[in-house]
Design a protein around this ligand. Structure first.
Ligand code: MN
Length: 740
C-alpha cells in the first residue's frame, strides 16, 4: 500500500511529522522555539501582537464560559473543571482559557502522539474531523479527563489544533467515581479511549457515543460533557476564522510561533529575576495503607509508601532542570502517574507562581528539562499500572515545588510570593447505588477544592478555597451541586479548626461536612483521603497540616432526633471531643484509615468529610498573640492548642470574648523555648544513634521497602543515600537478591 496516498496536510506541502521533526531540530540547534532568534511581530509591532493574543485568548475564555452551561455535571457547570486551548500544527500550546489548565500540556502530548504514530495516514486529518483521548499512555492525568481535539484547516493546510477537556463524574470502573480508588490496574479502572477519530463533519459517530455511555454510571452527564467540549472547540474555530480574515493567515502563523518563543523567554527572565542558581531538594512522602484491605486481588493488599525525592537545578542562564530520580516503584493501585501528568502538574503550579500570567503557554515547558525514572511511580514500565487516581501521588509528590520556589523568592526578597505549600484536596467522597429518585447514581463530591493554601511569606494561607490543580475552582453549591445528585443531606459545612499547620503565619484551614444518608437504596460510600503521613511539611519552622481521619456513624437515631425536632450535629469539630459522637447514638467508626474501599451505608447513617489544610510558615512561637486570639474567636483554633502550639495564654471574659494575658504568654513562651533547648541534641549525636538503625534496616517494613525500591531504580540517588548513611554496596537489607 502506498503510505503517501493522502496528500500532506502540513504547511508548504510537508507532513505534520516532518513539521514536528523540523521544529524539534530547530529548538535543539538554536535553543529558540522554531529557531526564532528574532520576533518581528512581538518586538516591532507590539500592539498587533497584543491584539492577536487578546482576541485569541478572549475567544477561548468566552467559549469556556458559554460551553460549560451545556454540561449538566456539577463538576463542569459549577466547579469549572474544563478548559480549552489552541495548539500549533506540531501540538505546542499557543494560548489557553482559564480552568483546569493542567491539561494544556497533556493534550499537547496527545497531538504529538497522533503525529508520531502516523495518524495523518490512518485515519487521516480532514476538516470537520473529531478526535478523542483519555489514555494516559498518550497524554493525560487520569481517565476521567476526556479530551476532544479538532483540526483547524485554512486553504488545505492544517493551521492549528483546537482542544477541550472536561473532568467527568464516573468512568465505569470497578468502584464508582471520577478517579476510582478501588481498582488495582488499568484493567479494572474503567473507560480507556486511546487517541482515535470519533467523528466527521462536526458530528460524533453513534457507535462511539453508545460505547462510552454503556461504560459509565452517569451516561447522560458524559454525553452532555461531550457536547460541551465539541461546542467550545467549534466556537473557537469560528473565532480563529474571523481572526485570520481580519489579520491574514501569514500573520496568524507567525504569531503562534512567536507567542511560544515569547512565553519561553519570559519564563527564563522570571527565573533569573526571582530565583537563585543551585540544587534544591524538596522530598515528600505519601501512604497507601492497604495491607489489611481484603477487597483487592492479593497483589494489591500491601502497605505502600511513596518516595517523591523532587529535585530542581536552577542554572545561571535561567534554564531549569527537574528530576524525580530516586522515586519508589509503581504498584498495584491507581495512584501511579504518567510523565505527561507530572509535566502538567508542574506546569500548572509554575503558572500560578513563577510564570508571567500574560504569556502562559508551552513556552514554559520548553524552558525546563524534566526527568522521570522508568519503572517508578512517575513513569511505570508496565502498561498495566493503574493511574485513575494519579492525583493522590501527584499532589503529594509535587508539594515541594512551592517550597523550592519559596526559597528562591525569599532569598531575592519577594517575600509576598513565598508560600509554604498547599493542602491536598482530600477527602473525596465517592459512592454509588440508587438515589432519592430510585435511579442509579455515582457520586464524586468535589467540594474538596475547599482545601487550605499554605501560609504566605507575610500572612496566613487562604482558608477553604484552594485546589492546586485548578486555580479558579469552586466548592460548589450544596443544593445544586451535591444534594441534587447524592442521596445525602448536608447537616452542615463549616471551617475545620486546626487543619492548617501552625506557624508564625498559619496554613489556611480547610472545610468539613457532615452528611446524612437519605432515601437511598444499596448505597455505598468511600473515604478517599490521606491517612498517616504528613504529605506537606511546613516551611522555615512552620508545622505540617492535618493528616486525615475517618468518621462515620451507622444505625443511628438521627431520624428520631429529627422527628423530635432535637438538635443535630452540623460538624464533628474537635475529633477528640466529637460532636457527632456526643449528639448521635449508633455504631461509630473512627480511625486513621482515611483511604478505604466503598462501604455500605443505610438511611440515617452519617458520613463526615474532613478536607486538608495548608502547611504553616515560621515558628509558631513568633505568631502575634492577637492573631491567635482572633483564630480562637473565629473558630479557626481549638482553645487547648493556643497554649500548646503557640504559647499564648488566652482567657475568655464573661462576654465570651478572648483576651491575651500578656505576662503569662511571655513566661509560657520563654518556658517552651527552654524546653526545646533541653530536649534538643547536637546533630552529630543524633546521627550517631540513627546511623546504625538505618544501616541495619531497623525501619518500619514499608519504609524499608520504599528505600529498597528507590535504590533498585536509581544508581545515582541510591548511591547518595548509601554514601550519606554509610551503607555498604550490595547490603542485603537494601538490595536483597531477586527472588528465583
Ligand atoms: Mn481530572
Amino acid at each position: 500500500m502506498d503510505m503517501k496516498s493522502k496528500p500532506p496536510v502540513g504547511w508548504n506541502g510537508t507532513t505534520l511529522k516532518e513539521m514536528l521533526a523540523a521544529s524539534e531540530r530547530r529548538f535543539a540547534d538554536t535553543g529558540h522555539y522554531q529557531g526564532l532568534a528574532e520576533l518581528p511581530i512581538a518586538d516591532r509591532k507590539p500592539l498587533l501582537f497584543e491584539r492577536l493574543h487578546l482576541k485569541l485568548r478572549g475567544a477561548l475564555v468566552s467559549a469556556r464560559e458559554v460551553a460549560r452551561n451545556i454540561s449538566a455535571s456539577p463538576i463542569v457547570k459549577e466547579l469549572g473543571e474544563l478548559c480549552f486551548t489552541v495548539f500549533t500544527p506540531e501540538g505546542d500550546s499557543v494560548t489557553l482559557s482559564t480552568g483546569i489548565i493542567v491539561h494544556v500540556h497533556t493534550m499537547s502530548d496527545v497531538v504529538k502522539f497522533m503525529i508520531r504514530n502516523d495518524f495523518e495516514d490512518d485515519p487521516g486529518f480532514a476538516p470537520g474531523d473529531i478526535f478523542c483521548n483519555n489514555d494516559v499512555l498518550a497524554g493525560n492525568v487520569h481517565n476521567c479527563d476526556i479530551h476532544t481535539i479538532i483540526p483547524f484547516f485554512w486553504e488545505g493546510e492544517l493551521v492549528s489544533w483546537i482542544a477541550g477537556v472536561t473532568h467527568v463524574p464516573d468512568v465505569g470502573a470497578r468502584t464508582p467515581g471520577s478517579s476510582p480508588v478501588g481498582p488495582m490496574s488499568t484493567y479494572d479502572q474503567g473507560l480507556t479511549i486511546p487517541p482515535q477519530k470519533i467523528g466527521e463533519n462536526d458530528r460524533v459517530f453513534r457507535a462511539f457515543r453508545d460505547m462510552y455511555k454503556r461504560t459509565s454510571r452517569t451516561p447522560l452527564l458524559l454525553e452532555l460533557d461531550e457536547k460541551t467540549r465539541l461546542a467550545g472547540c467549534v466556537m473557537i474555530r469560528q473565532a480563529i476564522e474571523n481572526l485570520i480574515r481580519e489579520e491574514g493567515i501569514d500573520t496568524y502563523k507567525q504569531f503562534m510561533r512567536e507567542a511560544i518563543e515569547q512565553g519561553r523567554r519570559s519564563f527564563i527572565r522570571r527565573v533569573k529575576r526571582m530565583l537563585v542558581p543551585g540544587r534544591y531538594r524538596v522530598p515528600s512522602f505519601c501512604d497507601v495503607p492497604w495491607e489489611n484491605e481484603r477487597g483487592h486481588l492479593p497483589q494489591a493488599a500491601v502497605n505502600t509508601l511513596m518516595n517523591a525525592p523532587l529535585e530542581f537545578t536552577v542554572n545561571s542562564d535561567g534554564t531549569m532542570k527537574t528530576t524525580l530520580d530516586g522515586a519508589s516503584a509503581w504498584g498495584f493501585h491507581t495512584m501511579n502517574c504518567s510523565p505527561s501528568a507530572l509535566q502538567g502538574g508542574m506546569w500548572v503550579m509554575m503558572c500560578q507562581s513563577l510564570a508571567d500570567a500574560e504569556s502562559i503557554n508551552d513556552g514554559a515547558y520548553f524552558a525546563m528539562d524534566q526527568h522521570f525514572p522508568r519503572g517508578s511511580w512517575t513513569n511505570p514500565d508496565n502498561p498495566e499500572a493503574g493511574t485513575a487516581h494519579a492525583w493522590h501521588f501527584l499532589w503529594s509528590g509535587l508539594n515541594g515545588l512551592f517550597r523550592f520556589l519559596s526559597h528562591g523568592y525569599h532569598a531575592r526578597g519577594f517575600i509576598e510570593e513565598v508560600v509554604a505549600g498547599y493542602g491536598t484536596t482530600t477527602n473525596i467522597l465517592y459512592g454509588s447505588g440508587l438515589n432519592m429518585f430510585g435511579e442509579p447514581f455515582a457520586a464524586t463530591n468535589m467540594e474538596m477544592t475547599g482545601a487550605g493554601l499554605g501560609a504566605r511569606g507575610c500572612r496566613d494561607g487562604l482558608d477553604c478555597s484552594y485546589a492546586m490543580w485548578n486555580p479558579e475552582s469552586d466548592i460548589g453549591d450544596i443544593e445544586t451541586s451535591w444534594e441534587l445528585w447524592e442521596p445525602m443531606l448536608y447537616l452542615g459545612r463549616t471551617v475545620k479548626p486546626n487543619t492548617g499547620g501552625a506557624g508564625k503565619y498559619r496554613g489556611g484551614n480547610a472545610l468539613e461536612s457532615v452528611r446524612l444518608v437519605w432515601k437511598s437504596q444499596q448505597a455505598v460510600f468511600q473515604h478517599v483521603g490521606h491517612g498517616m503521613v504528613h504529605v506537606n511539611c511546613g516551611l522555615f519552622g512552620g508545622y505540617p497540616s492535618n493528616t486525615g481521619y475517618r468518621r462515620s456513624a451507622h444505625d443511628t437515631d438521627a431520624f428520631e432526633l429529627i422527628a423530635k425536632q432535637a438538635p443535630l450535629p452540623t460538624n464533628d469539630h474537635d475529633p477528640e471531643h466529637s460532636q457527632v459522637e456526643t449528639m448521635i447514638k449508633g455504631r461509630h467508626i473512627v480511625d486513621d484509615n482515611a483511604l478505604t474501599l466503598p462501604e455500605p451505608y443505610s438511611d440515617g447513617d452519617l458520613y463526615v468529610s474532613v478536607i486538608q489544610g495548608g502547611p504553616g510558615l515560621g515558628d509558631p512561637l513568633e505568631r502575634e498573640p492577637a492573631a491567635v486570639v482572633k483564630d480562637l474567636a473565629e473558630g479557626h483554633l481549638l482553645p487547648r492548642f493556643a497554649e500548646r502550639l503557640y504559647g499564648v495564654i488566652a482567657v475568655q471574659g464573661p462576654d465570651g470574648a478572648w483576651h491575651v494575658d500578656v505576662q503569662a504568654t511571655a513566661a509560657r513562651r520563654a518556658a517552651l523555648r527552654r524546653a526545646r533547648a533541653e530536649e534538643s541534641v547536637p546533630v552529630a549525636q543524633w546521627l550517631a544513634t540513627e546511623t546504625p538503625r538505618v544501616q541495619n534496616g531497623e525501619l518500619p517494613p514499608w519504609v524499608r521497602r520504599m528505600y529498597q525500591e528507590s535504590i533498585r531504580l536509581s544508581t545515582d540517588w541510591g548511591g547518595e543515600f548509601k554514601a550519606f548513611w554509610g551503607i555498604a554496596d550490595g547490603s542485603a537489607v537494601y538490595e536483597p537478591a531477586a527472588k528465583k
